[in-house]
Design a protein around this ligand. Structure first.
Ligand code: AMP
Length: 424
């Protein structure tokens, strides 16, 4: 399949080439033709599948073909709702990237909470063509008369499962009531739990379902590994894996904000450029940490699930589940941060003795079995004794950076293990 066969305008085909996409991904091939015809689309797509362009291209195509020249007040053509500010920002970037290669200007606005509303209101003066927003802030903008939705013919819900998981059902219902009843709906979700299905049933009119059945064939190339380790040795294991396997950059997932700070701090004290990334960060701090990570100034980002949703770092090579996610759906989201758009990726889960059962559940839901690895010196033992208070736990955190004899032996054992047993 090539982009030329999808029915897109020549100017857009040129923009696609300029952006560097050569062939459409599975979700793009399936979703673009019905979306161009004006049908409602119900798409099952993971992050990393190219789903953003699957709706961005039809929206831009319609704007191009409408012959608007951008003069006078713009009427909002499409509203894109996203669950998090990161995803909203990222979708906005994808749209703007593609639009920047078009012959006629398309105005794309992005708005999310946690920052002052005034610049967002100013930016909407003179109208906009495509609005990408989180639901709460979108309603704020409507209440401030910065935006009207009653003439908007297209609605996109991106990561619908997350929108509902994050408690936006009420906001979405209020937004629906403001939009015209006759409109096109493009609805994307990684998973279809009953709440999402119910919303789809209520919202969509004879949708074309593009839940690609051959997901496996198009699934990103992600190698999953599971390493058994004791709770107190995880940072140590992480550092050694990074070193011995030459990981360029790692996104590490933890369960709590406290753990994010704590692990990042331990890594920094061990000389690794690491930062935490969680929901308590101001928007300014988020943007700066993310851009440091994107630019490679940071080697490790230690993140919680909510904060990390929507992060798109091109070619992120490794994701580590330092703590396992609560749900199998979150596991899919997490590992989808690597292996994007054709690149291969590695997802490593640390399995502590008390997390084994939970990981089995994750495996069952995904229908995979990930062989457990045990690295010499890091075997997990359910009856492992806690280290005495003040002892060096090998992370360089408690009693200075000098390695104990035990740590050196453990490292040597791991090196030889890695030497004789190449990892998959
Ligand atoms: P998404 O699933 O929309 O978050 O996209 C994941 C990544 O794939 C982004 O970095 C996109 O720029 C990239 N991408 C999307 N479509 C294509 C394509 N057809 N060819 C190559 N890369 C793509």
């Amino acid at each position: 399949m090539t982009f030329t066969r999808l029915g897109l305008a020549p100017a857009l085909l040129n923009a696609i080439t300029e952006t560097g996409y050569s062939t459409p991904t599975a979700i793009q091939s399936a979703a673009i033709p019905p979306a161009l015809r004006g049908a409602d689309v119900l798409g099952q797509a993971q992050t990393g599948s190219g789903k953003t362009a699957a709706f961005a291209l039809p929206l831009l195509n319609a704007l191009l073909e409408s012959g608007r020249q951008g003069a006078g007040a713009r009427k909002l053509y499409a509203l894109v709702l996203a669950p998090t500010r990161e995803l909203a920002a990222q979708v906005g970037e994808t749209l703007r990237g593609l639009a920047s290669h078009l012959p006629t200007p398309v105005k794309i606005s992005v708005a999310f909470g946690g920052v002052s509303i005034n610049p967002q209101m100013m930016a909407l003066r003179g109208g906009t063509d495509i609005m990408v927003a989180t639901p709460g802030r979108l309603l704020d903008l409507v209440e401030h008369n910065a935006l009207k939705l009653d003439g908007t013919p297209v609605l996109v819900l991106d990561e619908a499962d997350k929108l509902l998981d994050m408690g936006f059902a009420d906001e979405i219902a209020r937004i629906m009531a403001l939009l015209p009843a006759r409109r096109q709906n493009l609805f994307f979700s990684a998973t279809f739990p009953p709440a999402v299905q119910a919303l789809a049933d209520k919202l969509l009119h004879e949708p074309v379902r593009v839940a690609t059945q051959d997901e496996a064939a198009h699934a990103p190339d992600i190698t999953q590994r599971a390493i058994e380790v004791d709770q107190g040795q995880r940072t140590s294991l992480l550092r050694i894996l990074m070193k011995e396997e030459g990981w360029r950059q790692v996104l590490v997932f933890v369960a709590t904000k406290y753990a994010a700070e704590h692990v990042a701090d331990k890594l920094r004290r061990g000389g690794v450029a690491a930062e935490a990334f969680h929901g308590d960060f101001s928007q300014g701090a988020r943007t700066s940490v993310l851009s440091d990570f994107r630019e490679g100034k940071l080697k490790v980002l230690v993140a919680t699930d909510v904060a990390a949703r929507g992060i798109d770092i091109a070619q992120l090579p490794v994701v580590v589940n330092y703590d396992l996610p609560r749900s199998p759906a979150d596991y899919t989201h997490r590992i989808g941060r690597t292996g994007r758009a054709g690149a291969s990726g590695l997802a490593v889960s640390f399995i502590t003795p008390d997390a084994e059962q939970h990981f089995r559940l994750i495996e069952r839901r995904q229908n995979v079995r990930v062989p457990r690895e045990r690295l010499a010196g890091f075997e997990s033992t359910a009856e492992a004794k806690p280290l005495p208070p003040g002892a060096n736990d090998g992370t360089g955190g408690i009693k200075g950076k000098r390695k104990s004899k035990k740590d050196k032996l453990r490292e040597a054992a791991l090196v030889s293990h890695l030497g004789v047993t190449p990892q998959e």
